[in-house]
Design a protein around this ligand. Sequence first.
Ligand SMILES: [Zn+2]
Length: 263
Amino acid sequence: MKIAENGGVKYCVFENIEKTGLVSHSFTTKVGGVSEGVYGSLNVSYTRGDDRANVDENIKRICNCMEVESRNIVCGHQIHGKNILKVTKDDIGREGITEFDGFMTNEKGIVLSTFHADCVPVYLVDTENKAIAMVHSGWRGTVQKISLEAIKKMGEEYGTKAENIVAAIGPSIGQCCFQVDMPVIKEFKAAFDFADEYIIKDEKRVGHFMLDLWGVNKRMLEEAGVRDIEVTDKCTMCNEELFYSHRRMGNDRGSMAAYICLK
Ligand SMILES: [Zn+2]
């Protein structure tokens, strides 16, 4: 993953996704927008209390960087579930999409988008059938294996095979900062027989653990047959100059977005 810059806007791109030549994509940072205060400065969410005109301008800027149309963005209110919406042109401009934490399409020009401020973004590109998915996989989504759900649905709808998928795991909270307690650990152990490999004891706090969500998501994809997976090296909580973080900032913050669009 690298940080690109265009007209002052900083955004993350994945080399393996870029190399497919099939999509425009990015993961936004908080740098290069017009929002102020806790939203400073590239907040791309309308639902956090930021000024609407500023969010419009921020989205316009990142869309210019990606050379996509901001009016073609499809997004929704995420609920930490595992439902994947098959998106078509009819969904462009649709308000009130709820109950979906993942989107997929095989139509060109539609910008699939999920919001993030510590939760893991997973990008999926089927290079064979030219289909894509964008997935919001926080710890709840990860335990529910939402990325595998996306691959399964892409298989049903587009004929996708895991071996033809190029995947990326984007900026989110790293094992360095993701402290969890026993109930969360229990869910991971129940969901994954390899869970122990991605959990270490928190030396500073008894009964707490540090969980590697990047590792679990990567392993899950690998076991499903995905071979080309790029993983971020940027923790959203550590890198205060680049990212908003829910753990660091609470509710007074902006949001980053993950975008992907078939060219
Ligand atoms: Zn960290």
